[in-house]
Structures are given as structure tokens and as C-alpha cells.
Design a protein around this ligand. Sequence first.
Ligand code: MBD
Ligand code: FE
Length: 305
Amino acid sequence: MTRDEMAQVLATVTATTSGKIPAPRVKAAVDRIVGDLFVSIEELDVTPDEFWAAMSYLAQAGQANEFGLIAAGLGFEHFLDLRMDEADRKAGLEGGTPHTIEGPPYVADAPVRVGEARLDDGSDPGEVLFVEGQVRDTDGTSLAGAQVEAWHVDSLGNYSFFDKAQSDYNLRRTIATDAEGRYRFRSIVPAGYGCPPDGPTQRLLDQLGRHGRRPAHVHFFVSAPGHRKLTTQINIDGDEYLHDHFAFATRDGLSPPVVRETDPEAIRARGLDAPFARITFDFVPEAERASLPPAEVHRIRDKAA
Ligand code: MBD
Ligand code: FE
């Protein structure tokens, strides 16, 4: 088809029939994307069979609730994160903890604890992990009463809620910082993450010659009054997938050292009988100011019934 002919079809299908446009922003996006796809179909000479295979794929991805995974795996979530970075830079923001993508596995309303929490329910035989640190302002002031939401997978690589074999909110807690702005929690060292092996996302990655692995990591939301909500993750340092990452989420400064504690005294002091891992990580959310770009991303998130 010629360019002119394509422009004509596009004009026909994007014409309004009622004379009013209730959602101009939606219309602008849909018109643009439809036009871009017409061009892609033309230039790639996409056959009707291929087009309908793609439609069927999208339906399956929706049914499996994997659009969040696909958004991460195709780099859209990282791209959006980089665009937020650019907007922050232009607004003169600098010096806080780097943010990175949220990913799909957050579940709202995890139990809240003050100062410290245990995230695992005791049934996971994984290595014990202690994580602790402080929430501070960019000027060093400690932030008491900040909320640190943490979530991660078990030693098999699965998130509670999505994995119904785990107890409710296993490995998910909200910790309010103490008077010195400190938080700490006990958990187990998470395994790496892999996309569900039989799911639509992994099927697509297979066809692209890609794996669906992520390094072991812990997700965080950090919220403090007067501060911008921080969405970030720390990786377990040394993981083989640190820099080969299906969701492109690794950023400098987010792989703190893991200290392996083998000293019998230290082990006994924690009431344990085997060596454990320890990570120290401080969070520095940026102060909120008028006319900054929004820090909080709104998306429909899962919620336990
Ligand atoms: C995850 O666990 C995750 O953290 C991201 C970013 C994408 C998919 C799964
Ligand atoms: Fe994750």
C-alpha cells in the first residue's frame, strides 16, 4: 500500500462520528498507536495469520495476568523509570537513593510493625537474613515514623499471594521507623526470580532468545511525611544475574554488600544456630517541594481479599 493510501485508511478509522471527543488524550494515543501499527504491519508485511496469533497471545497474557511482567520484560517499566529520572534531574533533584522499577508483585496492606519485623513465617529453610538501616533526609536528619514497605520471594523464588502455598503476606511487611529513623527486619535470603516457566511472558522471551531471570532482590517503598515516595530495590550482591537482567532494574548503588556472619558469638546472640547474612542499607527519600514532577506511580495493584 502507498503512504497516501495508508493515510487515507487511518483518517477513515480515526474520524469521530459523534462530533465530540470525551477523552481527547485517549484518542490522541489510540490514533497514534493504530497509525504506527499500520506502518509496522505494512513494512513487516505481517500476514493475517500472524496478526491473529498476536491477538490471541494478548488475550492469553491478560488471562494469565502477565501484562505487568511483559511491561517489565520488554523494558517499558525501565523506560518509564528513566523518563522519571530525567524529569527529576530537570527539576534539580539529586542526592537521594536511586529509584528503580516496582515490578508487578506488590500486594497492598501488609502487616505493619514498629521499628522491627520478621518477614518470614518460619517455614522457609532458607538462610536467615537481617536487613537494617536508617531513613534520612538528604541533609542527614533521621526520619522517625517513616514507612518502609518490603517484599521479596521465598527460597524457591516465589512471591506469596501469587504462590498460594505460602501463608498470607509471607515475606511482606511494613516497618515504621523508630525514634532514630531506624528500621530492621529478619527474613530469609531470597532466591533469584524467574518468570513462570509455562506462562505467556516466558513463551515470548523464549522466542526472542532471552531468559526471564532476575537477580535475587528485595523491593521497597519508603514513605515519609513531607517526602517523595521512594520506589526501589536492593539486589543480593554477587548474584549471577546482577547485570544480565530480564527487567533492566539494576542501578548503581543498589547492590549493598552482604556480610556473612560466622562468628559463634554473633550467631548465639541472635538466637540462631547457623551462620546468617546481614545487609545494612539506608534510605534517603527526597524532600517534597512545590512544582516537582509526581513521585508516586498510580497503578492498579493486587490486594488480598
Ligand atoms: C519481579 O519480581 C520484579 O521484581 C520485576 C521488576 C519484574 C518481574 C518480577
Ligand atoms: Fe521482584
